[in-house]
Ligand binder design. Structure first.
Ligand code: AMP
Length: 563
């Protein structure tokens, strides 16, 4: 049974397999190790995923979606080609595409996977990720925290000894983990993070500042024009600090704009975001009780850590230059693949042991411990950064005479009042009617290696027990909904693999046509027309040659956006 390791990223995904004592990253149908986490439909209603869909974000904004990972674990529905999907279903489409690429590469079916999640993903988001894997037709053997996966990849790479900090900033999230590696044992001491701080937020801040500088109302721009602006800004973001400074030259609502994106302008636009980098780092170090001086290395993971402003901010906070000698875009997939090797009990990994922590506090609702009788207070059962798996039990008593029911409301978070924490689920328990305080229940929370919570309740007088894996949370799919999602995805036809390369080139060309002007645009238009003429003639050898030529031609204009 082959298990693959998957990094399901906000902007890009990747997967790998553990073979012959090493990680092998799996190329997708275009030969790339990174697959953009973008989903869309072509004119015939067939599903397209990855680079082809990414190119169509600009040319077909209503038929294409990206960055849906941010909505995982919510009921929010996302409209694509006049049909609405949950983020779980869209993620399932990406996972199915990775699964098919892996099967084509390995020449055998893949039915199991390890999927990485941001360490700071809450229980709902973790369940949604697991469900996405299952909808895509894979049993999710384990969820692994992204920074832990990265540490695993670094750990196997050069076996550093000591405590190191992993800073992981991808498209949507920022995670910090303090990890110790000693004698083959990888121990996570603490994780902290911000689920809404990633490269996409830096991009958003640039776009907002650009629109404010130029006094353009965002609401007045259509989806396509906005996408062109985002695309140009994304290129600029990746080229900031280079000489000459990148320019954004675009036409918006009939007016031409040509602006130089300088480092000071960028720093100013993202100053608020940079300030938010500090808090999770401080919290992780405090929870781990590790002084700054004991840290052997700071490792950077995730595409957004390539930004010089981020490296400088991290360098200042730690007083040292952070390391990034493994590819920050691929290191999480590499680590998830090592975990797949561990799961398959590969003998070359016999001496590697991994322990992880739960990043949030989990608890239940109780009445005011000070005795006012007011409900809504949070009683922590499993404190954040406890080593997992872990289990803890707490006894709760009835508070009113003849009380017949006790409701166990389960929350996750760090606030004293439950209303400010994340609601995960509830269990209703019937108890014999007695005087207040005479009946009690034992509530046990068990938190597993995947970061998923199980709650057991025992009524002490009767011995009755109730066991529940918490998944009735808002946003989680019920068994029926899961079955429906699976059928829906199975009914969607993928754009045929053999034609995908042609569609990908045409969509790349159409995007470049839209984002360029003048002679370049005309030349791109001519090249596309010539290629379409070749496709119409339907001679395979001619198509192959024309495809290579068109690819080389288009790539000349695309430098920075290619993975
Ligand atoms: P990931 O989810 O790890 O693939 O990270 C993707 C994020 O990294 C996106 O927001 C990208 O804009 C950002 N990113 C990738 N490469 C660069 C780069 N060279 N400079 C700045 N940001 C980058």
């Amino acid at each position: 049974m082959t298990i693959i390791g998957i990094d399901l990223g906000t902007t890009n995904s990747a997967c790998g397999v553990w073979r012959d004592g090493a990680v092998h990253l799996i190329p997708n149908r275009h030969g790339d190790k990174l697959t953009p986490s973008v989903v869309g439909f072509d004119a015939g209603g067939e599903l397209i995923v990855g680079k082809t869909a990414q190119n169509r974000l600009i040319t077909h904004p209503r038929d294409t979606v990206a960055t849906f990972k941010r909505l995982m674990g919510t009921k929010h529905r996302i409209e694509v080609s006049k049909t609405s999907f949950t983020a779980t279903e869209l993620s399932a489409a990406v996972l199915r595409s990775l699964k098919e690429d892996a099967e084509a590469f390995l020449g055998e079916p893949v039915s199991e996977a390890i999927i990485s999640v941001p360490a700071y993903f809450n229980d709902n988001q973790r369940h949604a990720t697991k469900q996405a894997g299952e909808i895509a037709g894979m049993k999710v053997q384990r969820l692994i925290n992204e920074p832990t996966a990265a540490a695993l990849a670094y750990g196997l790479h050069d076996k550093p000894e000591g405590v190191f900090v992993v800073l992981d900033m991808g498209g949507g999230t920022f995670d910090v983990s303090v990890i110790e590696y000693f004698d083959g044992v990888m121990e996570v001491h603490a994780s902290a993070g911000d689920n809404y701080l990633g490269g996409e937020d830096f991009l958003e801040a640039m776009v907002e500042r650009f629109l404010a500088d130029r006094k353009i109302e965002r609401a007045g721009l259509d989806k396509g024009a906005l996408q062109v602006l985002f695309d140009a800004m994304e290129r600029a973001k990746r080229a900031i600090g280079r000489s000459p400074a990148p320019r954004v030259a675009i036409e918006l609502a009939g007016t031409a704009h040509d602006v130089e994106i300088t480092e000071p302008w960028f720093r100013d636009a993202v100053a608020g975001l940079l300030l938010r980098v500090r808090a999770p780092i401080e919290q992780a170090l405090r929870d781990a009780r590790i002084p700054l001086a004991d840290i052997a290395d700071v490792l950077l993971v995730g595409g957004a850590t390539r930004m010089a402003v981020f490296r400088n901010a991290a360098g200042k906070l730690f007083g040292r230059i952070p390391s990034s000698y493994l590819d920050p875009d691929l290191v999480v997939a590499m680590g998830a693949t090592v975990q797949a090797g561990l799961k398959a009990r590969d003998s070359s990994l016999d001496d590697v042991v991994l322990t992880d922590v739960c990043p949030y506090t989990l608890g239940t609702e109780v009445v005011d411990p000070a005795g006012s009788g007011k409900p809504g207070f949070f009683l922590p059962l499993i404190e954040r950064n406890s080593v997992v798996p872990t289990s803890r039990v707490e006894r709760l008593f009835t508070v009113a005479d003849k009380q017949a029911r006790m409701q166990v409301n389960v929350f996750q978070g760090e606030n004293r009042m439950v209303e400010r924490n994340v609601f995960l689920g509830e269990i209703d328990v019937t108890v014999p009617k007695r005087k207040a305080g005479e009946e009690s229940i034992d509530v046990r929370f068990s938190y597993d290696m995947n970061g998923l919570l199980e709650v057991d309740v025992k009524v002490n007088s009767s011995g009755e027990t109730i066991n529940k894996v918490i998944q009735q949370a808002p946003g989680a799919l019920s068994d029926d909904e899961m079955a429906r999602s699976r059928q829906r995805l199975a009914a969607l036809k993928f754009h045929p693999r053999e034609r995908e390369e042609n569609l990908q080139l045409l969509s790349q060309g159409e995007r470049l046509y839209l984002t360029h002007l003048g002679d370049t645009r005309a030349a791109i238009g001519d090249a596309l027309a010539a290629f379409e003429a070749v496709l119409d003639r339907q001679r395979d050898s001619e198509i192959g040659r024309a495809r290579d030529e068109l690819k080389a031609f288009l790539d000349r204009f695309d430098g920075d956006l290619l993975p």
